[in-house]
Design a protein around this ligand. Structure first.
Ligand code: TRP
Length: 368
């Protein structure tokens, strides 16, 4: 298993990541606290898609004393957005609605440029704007959502990045990220830029509050080095809530843009979704007769994971689907058809909102 911000390979063992990264598992007590504040438990918490955290308890302690927090998440624009990318954004929207907080969203066109030999800056910047449409389409409002485009907005970020970079040694960065002699200088400096939105709220508003970062667990190394220096700079340590990866439609592995046949992109037309889901890996048996007799295995089924983590809000219906699958009462073709319908319904609406977002995208940009 390899899990770094730039590479995820092999079967991901989430328990092991909690141990190796030194994060905390989401406890029942924390879930109850979140439930109390939010008036319910979001599907992605109930189903443990968000499974780990750092200092979420501290952020809630402060919140209960009247100190708010801001939300921070981001996206490296290396290609089109797929539904796996949107998992933490959907959850972020939920937190924003329930806790009435600001969101800073970082679009790292610079990162994608420095880490990929083939990339050029024009493309990553253009992709940044295209990707921002997907964020906006999820319903974020410009009054409390601020999208930072690194290259365009660097003047706003640079002083904080320098303060951060000065206090992190190369050996710390190397240990966190695995840098080598062949790693380019842009990449070595870059993590200082990802730290900036943790702290930028104070500069923009004068208010010193912690940032809470919903993000996939592979981003954790950034926060580890940022947390070490936060207090020296007069800020709260940034807190995190980590999600698992949404699996791809293939055998194991996360949904990845580099395997387009097993990823659902937000711009996929209905017939493409239908084809991809039709070829998805399931826990089914070789023949219908066998499956009716012996049942199938939802635990390994990629189709089932999509109902679990995104598309079946109703817990009873989900359990019933699981039962029918194990009992051989439902066949993979049935689930694939139903999932295709759900995804296409979601995407039809998303694609409309995504196009509308072209008219409002400027409103999400921080005015100076
Ligand atoms: N490094 C992230 C990526 O490659 C982008 C990013 C920047 C991010 N800031 C973030 C992701 C904060 C999550 C949270 O995708």
């Amino acid at each position: 298993m390899v899990v770094t911000p730039w590479e995820v390979r092999g079967k991901v063992d989430y328990e092991r990541l909690i141990r190796e990264f030194g994060t905390q598992p989401m406890s029942n007590e924390l879930l109850q606290r979140l439930e109390r504040h939010a008036g319910g438990l979001h599907l992605q918490l109930r189903r443990r898609l968000f499974f780990s955290h750092r200092d979420l308890d501290v952020v809630l302690d402060l919140y209960e004393k009247g100190i708010k927090f801001v939300l921070y998440t981001g996206r490296g624009p290396s290609g089109p957005v797929h539904i796996g990318h949107m998992v933490p954004w959907i959850f972020t929207k939920h937190l924003q609605d329930k806790f009435d907080t600001r969101l800073y969203f970082q679009m790292t066109d610079d990162e994608k440029f420095v880490v990929d030999d083939e990339a050029n800056l024009k493309d990553t910047t253009a992709l940044g704007y295209e990707n921002a449409l997907d964020l906006i389409a999820l319903g974020f409002e410009p009054k409390n959502t601020f999208i930072i485009y690194d290259v365009q907005d660097i003047d706003m970020l640079y002083d904080i990045a320098l303060e951060v970079a000065k206090r992190i040694t190369y050996s710390t960065a190397k240990a966190a990220f695995g840098f080598q002699d062949s790693t380019n200088l842009g990449w070595v400096f870059w993590p200082a830029i990802q730290a900036v939105p943790c702290f930028i709220h104070k500069k923009l508003t004068g208010e010193n509050v912690p940032a809470l970062i919903p993000a996939a667990i592979d981003q954790d190394p950034f926060w580890r080095i940022t947390r070490d220096i936060a207090q020296k700079l007069g800020y709260y340590k940034p807190a995190q809530i980590h999600n698992r990866f949404l699996p791809g439609l293939g055998v194991g592995g996360k949904m990845s843009a580099s395997e387009p046949e097993t990823a659902i992109f937000t711009t996929d037309p209905p017939e493409v979704v239908k084809r991809k889901v039709w070829h998805a890996f399931t826990g089914g048996k070789g023949t219908v007769a066998e499956q009716k007799k012996e049942g199938a295995n939802p635990d390994v089924c990629s189709v089932y994971q999509y109902f679990l983590y995104l598309f079946e809000e109703n817990d009873k219906k989900l359990t019933e689907r699981e039962r029918q699958c194990i009992a051989g009462e439902i066949l993979c073709g049935d689930c694939k058809k139903q999932l295709t319908e759900r995804i296409n319904k979601f995407l039809a609406e998303h694609q409309q909102k995504r196009e509308k977002a072209r008219d409002t995208i400027e409103k999400y940009h921080i005015k100076r």
